[in-house]
Ligand binder design. Structure first.
Ligand code: CP
Length: 302
């Protein structure tokens, strides 16, 4: 496999292999074997949209793998002289690098290149479409908590229509046998009308909270909304967010997840972000192991 654009390209067995490898890499002694594959390999991180977790956890992963890192800075690049995304990627491809990590606001950005890019690419999030490494780190967090996926129910709540994390997770979790429930303001869930996810049931909020082993809250993506959010911050939280009042509805062993960045006080109140049920920072930690595993997997050309 040369690129990772979408988890749809991977069989369930390959996804499980990547999760096992990620888990193995939590043990520092495993680094030595794996570094042979990645030592001194040249990687460029091209982020055309802002990112903290994905960009810098890739960079941490690359440092741990002894790779040589080039970080592209679009603000000081020739994109300021109107060079296109296409020509920018073609330029980096011409440098004979070993790997490109790309985040971009265009859905399925790779389709414009046909077969012309020689360098392997990992999709670090494309528009509202896919976020494969986020989904893997979410799955790793769930697997470590529940020792597998069998019989689990995950509730995804909030701005689903604009969330690449939700799109990748709904499909992948269902393939792994997880039951997926959706909730939030109906205007954020038009996928239901389009029957894009026929197996993902809509449950009104807050009823959904008592039905899930994993409650995944999503950020309202204000930057992707043409119109301002229909509800004010406190109103949104009262109607669709986690707070100290509806927290008691959660199952005893349920965990709270959020891909970040968190709008504290909107989809989740401040005091719950780091509560004992929250795995939000554990997700970020797992992001490094998952990204190490994906890089090794691609560079070892399995
Ligand atoms: N979860 C996620 O993709 O966060 P960043 O936008 O900070 O990378």
């Amino acid at each position: 496999m040369k690129n990772l654009f979408s988890l749809n390209e991977l069989t369930v067995e390959k996804i499980e292999y990547l999760l096992d490898l990620s888990e193995k890499l939590t043990d520092l002694s495993e680094f030595e074997n794996i570094k042979k594959i990645t030592n001194d390999k040249l990687v460029c991180n091209l982020f055309f949209e802002p990112s903290t977790r994905t960009h810098y956890s890739f960079e941490v992963a690359q440092n741990r793998l002894n790779m040589k890192i080039i970080s592209f800075d679009s603000v000081n690049s020739s994109m300021q002289k109107k060079e296109t995304f296409y020509d920018t990627i073609k330029t980096f491809d011409s440098f004979s690098l070993d790997l490109l990590i790309i985040r971009c606001s265009e859905n399925e950005f790779w389709k414009q290149f046909d077969c012309e890019i020689q360098t392997p690419i990992i999709n670090a999030g494309d528009g509202t479409s896919e976020h494969p490494t986020q989904s893997l780190l979410d799955l790793l967090t769930i697997k470590k908590e529940f020792s597998g996926f069998s019989g689990l129910t995950v509730g995804i709540i909030g701005d689903i229509v604009n969330s690449r994390v939700a799109h990748t997770n709904i499909e992948t979790m269902q393939r792994l046998g997880i039951k997926v429930l959706l909730s939030g303001p109906l205007e954020y869930i038009p996928v239901l009308n389009l029957n894009d996810f026929p197996n993902a049931e809509y449950i009104p909020f807050p009823e959904i909270l008592s039905k899930c082993d994993v409650v995944m809250m999503l950020r309202i993506q204000h930057e992707r909304h043409l119109h301002k959010c229909c509800l004010e911050k406190s109103e949104y939280n009262k109607n669709y967010g986690l707070n100290s009042k509806n927290f008691s509805l959660l199952k005893r062993n349920a965990i709270i997840m959020h891909p970040g960045p968190v709008n504290r006080g909107i989809e989740i109140t401040d005091e719950l972000v780091e509560c004992e049920k929250s795995r939000i920072f554990e997700q970020m930690k797992n992001g490094v192991f998952v990204r190490m595993a994906v890089i090794c997997y691609l560079l070892s050309k399995i």
